[in-house]
Design a protein around this ligand. Structure first.
Ligand code: NAP
Length: 351
């Protein structure tokens, strides 16, 4: 049979830097290229099946952000460049001894139809649990969101049974998992989210003890007093800004804040949180930032525990899936419009 030597690839790039404002679809373009499958170097060619859509990418699209210096996958993205992101794909050709045609892989792919991974350095072979969807590994419940929630809650928050936990962006990819881990562990959990539909989901489907729509509240400080009359022990912060300030006001002595994300600050430079440091000192509150990569030593424990919870129906993984590479820009900007529920993932193609 005739061997395929080139493939046509469509991929997403930014047109321009996106500085301190919400992204729009018009900030992105779909580029096309022809990829030669003949390569002198060690290369793995991957057909992308699912790619992860995550808020942190906005910080890579700015002219400057301190986050860009930290890890290779948080580095600045230049206009015209392919955008790397977590995903799941199928190897179509490989000159790397560890990967062969047909292997299922997970790791850093690109927002496009195909990924060309030199050296195969960001890939791992995937041996999925047969009864769980492949999309779960594309940055979702069995990928970086899950590890962030698990490690952030158990390692950073160091919970005790019965403690009162507050989670923001609670119906999102990380937040919905934090709330469920916390409930399964025996904590009292309240979540905040941006619509009635999301609040209902948290209370009726995901087992949160209570939840509120922060967009309907005029004074977040008194809202938190209402939901936590005896104070907050753990705050899992996904949003930063005024929510962090109000949570600090309402925290108990020796409270812990897991500084996971600050999405309200990513697109608005004026929203930087100014927590009351006197409260932090006198209440001996610990505020700790972290990245999911910090928890690789508990990865196996995370997978075993989470797969068990999913298979026994104790935990739910809600996904917001759109189809095709063309849907990536809207899937991304929707994160900042609060249009997603659960993990945002794009299915690039069906096998
Ligand atoms: N540290 C780490 O390693 C790590 C890893 C993954 C994610 N994160 C961070 O965790 C947070 C959640 O990420 P995710 O992937 O789970 O995203 P997500 O929650 O699935 O999606 C983003 C959600 O944020 C909320 N949001 C958007 N703009 C907001 C604003 N101005 N103020 C308050 N809420 C806003 C929206 O929900 P509402 O409708 O509720 O507003 C939106 O649905 C992000 O800050 C992200 O950067 C950190």
């Amino acid at each position: 049979m005739h061997e395929v030597k080139v493939i046509k690839n469509k991929y997403i790039t930014i047109k321009n830097r996106i500085d301190h404002r919400a992204p729009n679809e018009s900030d992105f373009i779909i580029s096309e290229e022809t990829i030669s499958l003949n390569h002198d170097k060690v290369v793995v060619f991957v057909k992308n099946l699912y790619v992860s859509i995550d808020p942190y990418q906005i910080n890579r699209m700015k002219t400057h952000s301190c986050s860009q210096q930290i890890l290779p996958n948080t580095a600045a993205i230049l206009p015209g460049q392919a955008i790397d992101a977590g995903g799941v794909g199928r190897v179509v050709k490989s000159t790397h001894p560890d990967f062969k045609t047909g292997d299922l892989v997970t790791g850093l792919l690109h927002w496009g139809e195909y990924s060309v991974i030199e050296g195969g350095r960001t890939l791992e072979k995937l041996d999925p649990k047969l009864d769980l969807p492949l999309s779960y590994y594309a940055g979702g419940v069995l990928g970086s969101s899950g590890l962030t929630a698990y490690g952030g809650f158990f390692e950073i928050c160091k919970p005790k049974k019965g403690e009162k936990v507050f989670v923001t962006a609670a119906s999102g990819s990380v937040g919905m998992l934090v709330g469920q881990y916390a409930k399964l562990f025996g904590c009292y959990v309240v979540g905040s989210a941006g619509s009635k539909q999301k609040v209902d989901l948290l209370k009726e489907k995901l087992g949160f003890d209570d939840a509120f729509n922060y967009k309907e509240e005029t004074d977040i400080n008194s809202t938190l007093q209402r939901y936590f009359p005896n104070g907050i022990d753990i705050y899992f912060d996904n949003v930063g800004g005024e929510m962090l300030e109000a949570a600090i006001e309402n925290m108990n002595i020796f409270g812990r804040v897991a500084a996971c994300g600050a999405i309200s600050e990513y697109t608005d430079n004026m929203k930087k949180a100014k927590p009351d440091m006197i409260a932090v000192i006198y209440k001996r509150i610990k505020i700790e930032g972290f990245l999911s990569v910090d928890f690789m030593d508990i990865h196996e424990d995370f997978i075993t525990t989470t797969v068990h919870h999913l298979q026994t129906g104790k935990m739910q993984a809600i996904e917001d899936i759109s189809y095709g590479v063309e849907s990536i820009p809207t899937a991304f900007v929707d994160l900042f419009r609060g249009n997603n529920i659960g993990k945002t993932v794009v299915q690039i193609t069906k096998e």
